[in-house]
Write a protein that binds this ligand. Structure first.
Ligand code: URA
Length: 475
């Protein structure tokens, strides 16, 4: 029996070296025991793996899956990956056989790890240490898998100018504005429990909680209970759920956010006609579930979450913005920040009920640059707009609005698939390939930036006019 002792639970390089040697020396998976240094001397003497006698390459898909799966908390991962590596020698196409139990398990692990990285980015909550010499923040977090080292670059980028530590049971990460240091795992008691930030989170969460969109199962999928105990806002959830029914009834106008059965059927028919892209989402729920895990461009890396559209799945009018801003990225909802206030106000002035329209963005993740602690908006690149059209097109196919309003140049590029100068084309009905009418107008952020008061008033009036026009066209 060959016993391999890896340096740590996440020692991918060590696993790769050992696995190469073992496969090169034709050591069968059943003759190998994988363990981690310091995990107890359960296996007696270690027999070093034989040196490789043969050079071989492995498919890129295998390496990608292995790099992630190795971070999974399951004790079987090293052995499973070696079994796959062994089998690849005689089954080079193995990674493409989705029904193979080893392949399915490894892919499942890789998916679980990628999800855990995402959850860590979304659910770490820092607390201020009152008596530290310098302002310092500490968070306690229990990731589902060993993903701390994969997730911390995100926190370094986002909180570059703060001192912070993230404590977890396996490993702790500490950032002092210049250096990232890892230390062994900690105890929950090492993290502070309450401070003023808790109230901030609770207020913030309660204000973004939308009772009409309450889907308990989906919410628990997105915010699994295992994370609740370290989330200050989680204490509010039972109360908010209980109150949701009453609050929903009180809301002005109901806003069904799911497509009707007719729309779903239509989407499925389109699918059979071949005009519906293979694998494309057929419902708004599928869009919502997919956007968060989208890797069509790199914007997901620095954003908190993907933000999809909101509104009835049968809306006659769709309004498309550019991308979520800072507040939208945190809240996970489109147009809830300053631009959203302007949009709401102009919609009201134009007599367009927001509850009856579908509001979304051309790009679903927040493109920004960090300046100090602030995240400064950056216009999405054309390549990002093009990549994200897949989602906007899916929303368009599902909702099938009669009229689509593009707010600003980025939205126009996404809606029309080519640059449309807003100044020259605003306020007119333009034909779209899918039979809808397109209208381009200003972006609400533009109104916030016009320095001259008279010009601002003119732009505001034009924006109201354009929305009124679009609503009339959609009637
Ligand atoms: N700007 C946009 O274009 N969309 C939002 O959701 C917020 C600000």
């Amino acid at each position: 029996m060959h016993v391999v002792r890896l340096a740590s639970e996440t020692d991918f390089d060590g696993w790769r070296r050992a696995a190469r040697g073992l496969r090169g020396a034709a050591v069968a998976p059943s003759d190998v025991l994988w363990t981690v240094d310091g995990a107890g001397d359960l296996f007696g003497e270690t027999e070093e793996p034989a040196a490789a006698t043969e050079c071989f390459t492995v498919p890129r898909e295998f390496v990608e899956v292995a790099e992630q799966a190795v971070l999974h908390s399951s004790g079987e991962r090293f052995a499973l990956l070696y079994r796959l590596l062994w089998r690849l020698a005689s089954e080079p196409e193995l990674m493409h056989i989705a029904s193979d139990p080893d392949v399915a398990r490894a892919r499942d692990m890789a998916r679980g790890v990628s999800k855990a990285v995402h959850k860590m980015k979304a659910f770490v909550r820092f607390r201020l240490i009152e008596d530290a010499a310098e302002e310092t923040y500490v968070a306690w977090f229990e990731p589902a898998h060993r993903v701390v080292k994969d997730a911390v670059p995100f926190f370094v980028r986002r909180y570059a100018n703060m001192n912070w530590s993230i404590l977890t049971p396996d490993v702790c990460a500490h950032w002092d504005k210049t250096r990232l240091v890892f230390t062994p795992g900690a105890d929950p008691a090492d993290a502070p429990s309450e401070d003023a930030l808790e109230d901030y989170w609770r207020t913030y969460y309660a204000s973004t909680f939308n009772p009409a969109r309450l889907k308990i199962a989906a919410m628990q999928r997105e915010m699994p209970k295992r994370y609740w105990r370290n989330l200050p806002e989680a204490g509010l959830i039972p109360e908010l759920i209980q109150a949701a029914e009453g609050r929903t009834a009180a809301m002005v106008g109901q806003t069904p956010s799911e497509p009707s059965r007719r729309v779903v059927r239509q989407a499925q028919r389109l699918s059979r006609d071949g005009s519906f892209e293979e694998g494309a989402p057929a419902t708004l729920e599928e869009v919502a579930a997919g956007v968060d895990f989208c890797r069509r461009c790199d914007l997901w890396r620095d954003s908190t979450q993907g933000v999809v559209g909101e509104g009835p799945g049968t809306a006659r009018l769709m309004v498309v913005g550019e991308q979520p801003g800072d507040q939208e990225d945190l809240a996970g909802r489109a147009f809830v920040g300053p631009a959203g206030k302007v949009l709401n106000q102009t919609l009201e002035e134009a007599g367009v009920p927001r509850a009856e329209i579908y509001v979304t963005n051309a790009v679903k993740h927040f493109r920004h640059e960090l300046r100090g602690k602030r995240r400064i908006h950056q216009t999405p690149r054309t390549s990002e707009v093009t990549a994200c059209r897949w989602w906007l097109d899916a929303e368009r196919r599902i909702v099938r609005p009669r009229v689509i309003v593009a707010l600003g140049a980025t939205a126009a590029l996404a809606v029309f698939g080519k640059a449309v100068p807003v100044g020259a084309y605003r306020g007119r009905a333009l034909s779209l390939a899918d039979g809808a009418q397109g209208v381009v107008t200003y972006h609400p952020s533009f109104l916030l930036r016009v320095p001259d008061e008279q010009e601002k008033a003119k732009a505001h009036a034009a924006f109201v006019e354009d929305l009124k026009f679009a609503w009339g066209l959609a009637a």
